[in-house]
Design a protein around this ligand. Structure first.
Ligand code: WTA
Length: 639
């Protein structure tokens, strides 16, 4: 029997859930009316499976809904309290943001950016990233933000795929007191990409940079430009952004989101999940380079005219008290973070958060990976002082916004540590077996979504076929997110991790195929297989198995270094394997497929299932031996 905590915020509107589940189309039709539309829609949902168009014929603008609508009464209100890693801070009001965004839209226009053009944004967590995104949205340009920890090769792939003609970056960004040279990375990334016409460079760190004829400094271009730019009325399904994410193939997929449906989803979930009020101070620790930052740092809080904190740096820099310091300094009321961050804070000990005044908090949230019940309870007791509901929110880059979460702004339900509880109203979610049949209660199966929802992706950029195969081919008429789950006797959903070859490292999505293709590009490597092993803090850590070619003379110590450097250069530091194991063969089926399931089982100390299809049983024994060695090393280290 799981622990249960019933702690609410005084809301109870069962009719919303009832109406939504009775007729989800009429329900979302009502929700969309919370936004400002230039012209109304004629059809709520045009569902041509698996392509959904929400609010057909309606015209809308994301920048208008996050800025213009607040000017009459909130232009002096703080939109963002920005906290630099170096201790500097800035206060960004709705009025300032409005003017700067319009200026930036005019800059983009003056550089020839038109509706539908793509703009790549590679910036650290500074307010200008929000200005750049909303500046694009205002004129209908499609932003594609790339996390500033990605390497030149990763960015090049993304710029190339999206064919962005403008790139926005900074001279550098701060990370744990060091300067990361972002402009230099962009120089390498756009080398040979002639279609990139201009690079706009924000000077954040004042680190020396080399300017080319394509480069323009942010401050220069913003100097003599008008601060008036009318928001363009755009069709509801006009693409707002592309966000690349890892999947099971070697290449990241460009998840394409629209405007009207996406904003409706965010407006509603932000209200229901976070119970947002005008007086709240909201703090989401996600980097804008990931979907949580897009949806719940940029769009949702600004749609509501909320005040939020944006923090530039690492959560434990300069020391383990940094985040609690920020919470206390600004009187944060709603805090949204990841299980990885919580596991790290928990390790630092209770004395640190206990020495801060955190009584302003009224609601806590997590996202990105399963949260262990003991971490949930720690969060509840030590951070929330047993006064704050915790929302464990499940969703994906593709879903646009939350789909499973407690909703204290709507209803008070018992919370179970480790469970995302129920789907949001209007979304039909099941747990099924291989054949699509519902599994009995408390049985592990595959999560599926059975009806369209407004925040869902439009498609994959330039690849409708891949969109169909990746998400809609495993089950007829259901969206397959690639997660394991179970439903308990109360209908609560428990998310049990990825069912495919995607890893979640510190909440970041990394595709095993991407790493494997990077490793086999080394001349000495014949084959490689990557999988995750449990990690106390990051949830999962990457380990790799490598089979070398026969005539290799390089030592494995050197090769390990080479391979790690290659991954850091081609993908980014977040994808560095914790350990590389050199083995003579990999476990494969008779048809030649690597049995990753088996590697995962061995790695996770689980029972090895049916191996009758294995080509050669010795590979299992060999890998099992390698693993026994790892276990011993881990034990030795902890003694
Ligand atoms: C995982 C992040 C358990 C899941 C918003 C999903 C979670 C993937 C949770 C999407 C949660 C996200 N509990 N697992 N509350 N939230 N996940 O695209 O495996 O970076 O498929 O979006 O994260 O990761 P993405």
């Amino acid at each position: 029997m799981a622990d249960v905590f019933t702690i609410g915020l005084g809301h109870n509107s069962p009719e919303i859930r009832k109406n939504a589940n009775f007729d989800f189309i009429s329900f979302w039709n009502e929700q969309a009316k919370n936004l400002s539309w230039f012209s109304p829609w004629t059809t709520t949902l045009d569902w041509n499976p698996p392509f959904a168009r929400w609010f057909v014929d309606g015209t809308i603008n994301a920048s208008y809904n996050t800025l213009d609508i607040h000017q009459a009464i909130k232009s002096e209100k703080t939109a963002i309290f920005w906290e630099g890693e170096d201790g500097t801070s800035r206060k960004i009001t709705y009025g300032y943001l409005f003017a700067e965004v319009q200026k930036f839209s005019n800059v983009l226009k003056s550089l020839g950016v038109k509706k539908g053009d793509r703009v790549t944004i590679y910036l650290p967590m500074v307010p200008e990233i929000v200005i750049a995104m909303l500046g694009c949205a205002r004129i209908g340009a499609i932003h594609t933000v790339v996390f500033s920890g990605f390497s030149a090769t990763s960015i090049q792939d993304r710029i190339n795929d999206s064919k962005s003609k403008i790139v926005i970056t900074a001279d550098g960004g701060y990370r744990r007191g060091k300067i990361i040279k972002l402009k230099q990375t962009i120089d390498d990334a756009i080398n040979g990409l002639d279609f990139v016409e201009h690079v706009i460079v924000l000077e954040r760190t004042k680190t020396p940079i080399h300017l080319t004829s394509k480069d323009k400094l942010w401050n220069d271009v913003m100097k003599n430009v008008s601060s008036i730019c009318t928001a363009e009325p755009l069709p509801s399904d006009h693409p707002l952004f592309i966000l690349y994410t890892s999947g099971t193939t070697g290449k990241p997929k460009g998840v394409l989101h629209g405007t009207g449906g996406y904003l409706t989803h965010l407006f509603s979930t932000f209200k229901w999940a976070f119970d947002i009020k005008d007086s709240d101070v909201f703090f989401c620790t996600a980097d804008i380079g990931w979907v949580t930052g897009h949806s719940y740092v940029v769009y949702a809080p600004l749609l509501h005219g909320a005040t939020q904190i944006m923090y530039e740096g690492a959560p434990d820099f300069p020391d383990a008290s940094r985040i609690w310091n920020i919470l206390q300094k600004y009187g944060v009321t709603i805090f949204y973070t990841t299980p990885t961050a919580l596991r790290m804070f928990m390790k630092f000990g209770d004395d640190i958060p206990n020495s801060f005044e955190l009584s302003s908090l009224r609601l806590l949230g997590t996202v990105g990976e399963p949260i262990n019940p003991e971490v949930w309870k720690w969060y509840f007791k030590i951070i929330g002082k047993k006064q704050c509901p915790i929302i464990d929110t499940w969703w994906q880059t593709e879903t646009g916004g939350m789909l499973i979460s407690p909703l204290p702004g709507l209803e008070t339900i018992p919370l179970k540590p480790g469970s995302g509880t129920l789907p949001i109203p209007g979304v039909d979610i099941s747990v099924v077996d291989e054949f699509g049949k519902d599994v009995p209660a408390n049985t592990k199966g595959y999560l599926v979504i059975k009806n369209p929802w407004p925040g869902m992706l439009l498609t994959l950029w330039g690849d409708d076929e891949k969109y169909k195969t990746v998400y809609w081919s495993k089950y007829k008429n259901s969206y397959y997110p690639g997660d394991y789950a179970l439903k308990d006797e109360d209908g609560y959903l428990w998310l049990l991790g990825r069912a495919d070859d995607v890893l979640k490292i510190a909440g970041h999505r990394i595709g095993t195929a991407e790493l494997e293709s990077c490793m086999v590009s080394n001349d000495d490597v014949a084959e490689s297989a990557v999988c995750g092993i449990p990690d106390d803090v990051k949830g999962e850590a990457i380990i790799a198995f490598v089979v070398l070619k026969n005539d290799v003379t390089t030592t494995t110590v050197d090769l390990e270094k080479q391979l790690i450097t290659k991954i850091r250069n081609d993908v980014g530091a977040i994808a560095s394997p914790k350990q590389i194991y050199f083995v003579s063969k990999l476990p494969k089926t008779r048809s030649g497929k690597i049995m990753r399931r088996l590697l995962k089982s061995i790695a996770n100390n689980e029972k090895i299932g049916d191996v009758s299809t294995l080509e050669d049983g010795t590979a299992v024994t060999e890998i099992q031996n390698v693993f026994d060695d790892i276990q011993k090393t881990i034990q030795k280290k902890s003694i």
